[in-house]
Design a protein. Structure first.
Length: 417
């Protein structure tokens, strides 16, 4: 029988406040009204870390991701204090990757040097577009000039390992505009680029009042043309919406997609922990609303053991985002299940041309990457209970019809690139 093994471990820290909530955003974020509760929130994060530390004793944390919301609303000193708390309560790898999400309109000039000194090694910058009309339509508070300045300061601060978030299929956008956005982004020499299509998520302003968006064919054309530009510039696609220079893939996100473990601290943060001695994989979630999180007792963390029948779907939901797919032994080690649990739906997807065998496992085909929902449906149990259960970033590109949404996503998504 396969043996369940503890996979690599990461730490996700959620900061829920933004200067303004974007109309397309369904993340757990809130418009900041009044003074930022910096001190009580940092203290609460420290207690959160202390409470969860015993469950991962002896395991090294390989990456930390400060996501939001807008983590860059918190000062470099505050971010440094959270990292100090993590060092105090957890074992951190010597080559730790520490990513900070930042909004170009919410970072003080010169702050990146201080974030670097505090321990940040990587930044994910929310550019979204380099067209002011598109940014205004998205409700963004920054300008293209502020993104350019932020990128310049990142290089000057020795933080050249940064990601740019870029969207396409925007209100009023045409093919030429999408390509120009990619060219502008490449001119800033990022190490990594997240490129994803604007989708209308339930519960958002855009879902209630949909803006005019390019049709499916136009969006597909944008994706193809932009992908060609990125490849020509030396950024290879390694995940359904992520491109990177050699050796610059996001270690934190790769841990998600390979069904690794992660602690989740902060308001609404989700986690996943493997307990081989109990043969259990557990999902965790913090109180969602910031005031409730700040006031919650240490035992407020909700837990749910993932039933064995749901594990194939949970694994594939993550692993099939990677263009290189997964190794067969990884499935057994990280689910504790026999290969026969997925043999039939896997072969069905291969027959349909959605999945391709590799030397050590399987990967999605180009068609499979575009229609991951169709692939994933084959691995779902009869009565799934997945709302908010997985840590996902923005989905891949695909037609917007309800029958072929790009990926199963939900309010539990906890990362932004």
């Amino acid at each position: 029988m396969p043996v369940l093994l503890a996979p690599p471990l990461s730490l996700y820290v959620h900061f829920p406040w933004c200067v303004r909530k974007c109309p397309y955003c369904d993340f757990n974020s809130y418009t900041l009204n009044g003074e930022l509760p910096l001190e009580p929130y940092v203290q609460r994060l420290g207690r959160d870390l202390a409470a969860q530390a015993p469950e991962v004793e002896g395991r090294a944390v390989t990456s930390v991701f400060f996501g939001g919301g807008t983590p860059s609303l918190f000062s470099p000193h505050a971010i440094g204090r959270v990292l100090d708390s993590a060092r105090r309560h957890l074992t951190l790898a010597h080559d730790l990757e520490v990513t900070l999400e930042a909004n170009p309109g919410a970072v003080e000039r010169g702050a990146f040097r201080e974030y670097r000194a505090a321990g940040v090694t990587r930044v994910s910058l929310g550019a979204q577009s380099f067209n002011q009309a598109r940014l205004s339509a998205l409700g963004r508070i920054h300008s293209p000039a502020e993104t350019r300045l932020a990128a310049e300061e990142l290089h000057a601060a020795d933080l050249g390992n940064f990601n740019l978030d870029l969207m396409y299929g925007l209100p009023g956008q045409e093919l030429g505009g999408a390509v120009r956005d990619v060219q502008e982004a490449l001119s800033l020499a990022p190490a990594h680029l997240s490129h994803y299509q604007l989708t209308l998520e339930p519960g958002t302003v855009f879902a209630a009042q949909p803006p005019p968006l390019p049709d499916d064919d136009a969006a597909a054309g944008m994706l193809a043309a932009c992908g060609e530009r990125l490849l020509a510039a030396g950024l290879a696609q390694y995940e359904v919406s992520a491109y990177a220079r050699a050796g610059r893939q996001c270690r934190h996100n790769l841990n998600y997609w390979t069904f690794g473990d992660y602690l989740g601290v902060g308001a609404g943060a989700h986690g996943k922990l493997t307990f081989p001695q109990r043969a259990q994989i557990v999902r965790t979630v913090q109180p969602r609303e910031p005031r409730r999180y700040l006031a919650a007792a240490q035992d407020a963390l909700a837990r749910r053991v993932i039933p064995a029948r749901e594990l194939p779907f949970e694994f594939m939901l993550n692993a099939l985002r990677l263009t290189g797919g997964f190794d067969a032994h990884t499935f057994a080690a990280r689910t504790g299940l026999d290969w026969q649990e997925i043999a039939a739906p896997l072969q069905a997807a291969v027959t349909r041309g959605l999945i391709v065998p590799t030397a050590t496992g399987y990967r999605p085909s180009e068609l499979g990457l575009r229609f991951l929902n169709d692939v994933l449906l084959g691995f779902m149990p009869e009565t799934p209970k997945f709302a908010g259960s997985s840590a996902l970033s923005i989905g891949a590109s695909a037609p917007r019809s309800a029958a072929s949404r790009p990926l199963f996503t939900g309010p539990g998504r906890v990362i932004g690139e």
